[in-house]
Design a protein around this ligand. Sequence first.
Ligand SMILES: Cc1cc2nc3c(=O)[nH]c(=O)nc-3n(C[C@H](O)[C@H](O)[C@H](O)COP(=O)(O)OP(=O)(O)OC[C@H]3O[C@@H](n4cnc5c(N)ncnc54)[C@H](O)[C@@H]3O)c2cc1C
Length: 380
Amino acid sequence: MHVLIVGGGVVGLACAHALADRGAEVTVCEAGTLGGGSTGRAAGGIRTQFSTRVNVELSLASVPVWESFADDFGVDIDYRRSGYLFLARTEETAAAFRENVAMQTDAGAPSRVLSPEEAAEYLPELRAESFVAATFSAADGVADPHSAVQGYSDAVRAAGVDVRTKTPVTDLARVGGWRAETPDGPIDADAVVIAAGAWSGRVAALAGVDLPLAPRRRQIAVVEPEGDLPADAPLTIDLDTGAYFRPEREGTAIVGGHFSASDPDVDPDRFDESMDIEWAVEATERADDAAAYFGPETRIRNGWAGLYAVTPDHHAVLDEVEPGLVVAAGFSGHGFQHAPATGEAVADLCLGEDACGVDVSALSLDRFESGETLRERNVA
Ligand SMILES: Cc1cc2nc3c(=O)[nH]c(=O)nc-3n(C[C@H](O)[C@H](O)[C@H](O)COP(=O)(O)OP(=O)(O)OC[C@H]3O[C@@H](n4cnc5c(N)ncnc54)[C@H](O)[C@@H]3O)c2cc1C
């Protein structure tokens, strides 16, 4: 069984790893460099606090891989299990938090609903008076996506995967199996996995498949906070404003969020990869509205923009959309953390096995036609 994976981000590499581990012959074609797409621009957040069962289960299946990554892959991914703190400003959001935590704990995640005062125990400068409720999970944390790409790429190469960078797939045709065209000539495979992140709509179109996937620009700023944000502070999301922040290395912090009503689709080959300074000022002020670490003396150091691959219901498509054509894309802002379980699910779909342990049938492509879409409320 030869599987061709289109895309060498964390998702494509995790798929290659799972497939090679199960004995498949694997080729990865990456148009640019490994991790050079959205993966290298992610905030590194890993959380079990989602609002749908399938997302929680993908997290629960992925977290153990991140936890033992250094031992299993020989690369330190700076995994820090400092938790995620979600904050609610309105009763409506608080009610959703209670429903989410009931579902998350039922699935096996250790999430808890907290009062704002209890939440301040995890984040001392929290402006508790601005919030009505919070949730916290100690199973959540952060890791470095660049190191994860390094670990996966070392492992797949050692397992014999043919990794071809600077090799875009330019056409896909069904010829019994599948034939992919590349500038270096065609590649024949029994199955193809589209793991091309925000470019996946374009790659699927090469095979005549319509994927409802919008590339959307999202920014991150690295700042030197005015206050002493503890190094073990949780990744904190003010869900009603969309602002989030977390400690980074050496006293710096990452702030992020999307605040504009306008959210146009962008051309993934031609979008502005730099950070807008006005946006960074707003993100910092909104972070300070949640917790008093980001006052006027906060220094904005640098930042960048990357792409979310957004589907109409903010959930990935994980599906065999044509015989031998598997899509693993549309992860919105959570594809880094779900990569390990996604790799296993994709290996199941390619090999006709049932080893992943997560039922991903809710992530089929035809849900957009049948109307059986999902609703993920915990997105920032
Ligand atoms: C600002 C920001 C913050 C984020 N924060 C988080 C977070 O905290 N936690 C989290 O889990 N996720 C986060 N994400 C989302 C995460 O980055 C993505 O979901 C994840 O990286 C997707 O991985 P991928 O491998 O599918 O895509 P990518 O990393 O984009 O990889 C796709 C690859 O496909 C290649 N490609 C495209 N077209 C072709 C072609 N024709 N042939 C061959 N190769 C091709 C591209 O060059 C690219 O390298 C964030 C994203 C952004 C932008």
